[in-house]
Design a protein around this ligand. Sequence first.
Ligand code: GLN
Ligand code: ZN
Length: 760
Amino acid sequence: MSTKSYIVGFPRIGEQRELKKSLESFWAGNCSFDTVEEVASELKSRHWNYQKEAGINFISSNDFSLYDTMLDTAVMLNAIPKRFQALKDETLYFAMARGNKESVAMEMTKWFNTNYHYIVPELSLEDEYRLNAAKIINEYNEAKAQGIKTKINLIGPLTFLGLSKRVDRGDTYELHAKILPIYEALLQEIATLDDRVTLQIDEPIFVKDNEPKVLSLIKPTYDRLAAVSENIDIIVTTYFEHSNEATKVLVNTPVWGIGLDFLHGAKNSESLELIANSGKQLIAGVVDGRNIWKNDIQTTLGLLENIAKVVSKENIIISSSCSLLHTPFTLKYEEKMDAEIKNWLSYAVEKLDEVSLISKLFFKGEESLDESEKSALEENKKANESRRTSTRIHDQSVQKRVDDFKRLSREGAYEERIKLQKEILGYKELATTTIGSFPQTPELRKARREFKNGLISKEEYEAQMKAYIDECVAFQEECDLEILVHGEPERNDMVEYFGEQLKGYGFSQNGWVQSYGSRCVKPPFIYGDISRPEAMTVGWTTYAQSKTEKPMKGMLTGPVTILNWSFVRDDKPRDEVSKQIAVALSDEIDDLQNAGIRIIQVDEAAFKEGYPLREENIKSYEEWAVRDFKICVSSARKETQIHTHMCYSEFNDIIKTIEAMDADVISIETARSGNELLKIFKEVGYKQEVGPGVYDIHSPRVPSVEEIVTQIKLLLEVLPKEQLWINPDCGLKTRKWEEVKPSLKNMVEAVKIVRNELAD
Ligand code: GLN
Ligand code: ZN
């Protein structure tokens, strides 16, 4: 039997972020669009060749994009919002993505539960849709000219509709009848490209809890698409969860294959019987496209053999679990990484070899391997063995402490705590504070960089940080804020800062993953049991406290956010990793309070991001996420006030969970929604104190005193003054001092005005 290896999609930003650099240079007016296209062609070609050299049989075209594939799909359908219709070509494309002088950009939002963000298409019943197939056809031919026959990737019509929005109100699926004929026309064109063309249609929307209405569209859609041409083999691909409801329907359509994720959607195995009976190809996603760990080939072969008990081997194709877009590019440039740790990892390029080797082993057996493949298999066994046993990963004392850790909540009921806290802290109604960070200046970044590279001494570095803290404290005193912060000058990033000080955390040099457009993030990774060798924030916070009589708020990132913004080890359940972080942070809180810090904020900016895609998994996520937040703050004495901050405004679905976290004060991001979204706090009788952001820090605009007075009054219509805090809606690190100073002064001024009016 011949090998059959498949990659759902490949990262496009380039192994040295070449696409990012080229795009940004073009946007800055420093190079022509021709140059961008040259870079793009080079990257596509290089990426195809990586896959070809690894022996991958199914290599994609149209997985490349200059910005985003949802945006490409909108352009393919000519779904151009009115405000951009006068524009053409790349000017149009980038204006849709990034806005221009006249028009705001299209909205961007998270792609399922990944950290990739797509552009949200704007649809309307009156728009004329028509086919614009050029990109797809050209990319196919581009690969073909280089001797590579690709499968064509395409975002499916149901996912496209499900992720779009209607500008004329109404349900996007009402546009199904307008969109589907365009897809049919596209397939007609594709059918002329070659005798046989493989088409991968991505329908990840099928992994959500779909309404019957949506499920009922699957059959007519795929019956019609499959009827377009005999020449096209259609594969419908899903990832990130199981899609059993959709599979049940798809097996009764003429599609050629079904792609399923067996790692993040283990329940897909419930569909094997149906797939076997349908005789369709099963593209089995078994190499993790969302994480950075080396595949455990023996375990994977076991999984595949189980699948093969139901689906016959001839009908199985070995694949990545999703597009490799969500992993960094290649380990090649990780020159500084510890060799043992590096040996546990596998980025996109290395995953190609894994898929290929697994495919060979599965279809042809170990005897078919050549010498280099044999040694690769040996290496793989060794690396996995070392991960199972290494003392750098497995720390008995941490495991024991975390297993035995039974302090699940802090002392005292909220009512008792808040009374004590108010006495000790003596803050007024409508107390003023900020979310933590102050402007990150180029000088700060330079100092951190120079210290890291050994160019300045520890003393010099600390002196610079302290000077910044002095300035922050002095400014907050001057404008009369009541609860102060140190400004976070020492933090590069709210997760990395803690990761760098926790044992069990690793960092890459070049582990960039596309977040949106040209933007990439470099998440740290958790490889081992987490512990805290020493205090992480106490020095800076107590220094800041020594500069003021007012309460200085300690500032930590919460366990759930640390987890959600990192690559997490796959050899332990997420909730256990999260509990380890929580226990480590609870020690930090204890150290802070023992050092005289009376208020501590635990940021959970990414709490909502971790929500599972399926309703059935939400309860268990909420349980451990709340448990770990509470463990983290369980060391706080009654009189230590715990704040939390969340970068959201929509709490309707999760308000009970937020309440269960039992923070004394929560600050949230409601500035852009007036008081509408705050109402839920009143409706459910939320008792704890709330700081709804009174102005939007995401814009450089300085809010006037009057505006903030109005905003505070709106808040007072919903919640009583005893329960309200006044603060900006997020940290100030991305703003400039020129914006921050007048904004905060106006905020404090506004509070004084409102307090006076209330006193009259
Ligand atoms: N304390 C952090 C800051 O002020 C919180 C940022 C966030 O939640 N995104 O920057
Ligand atoms: Zn925030």
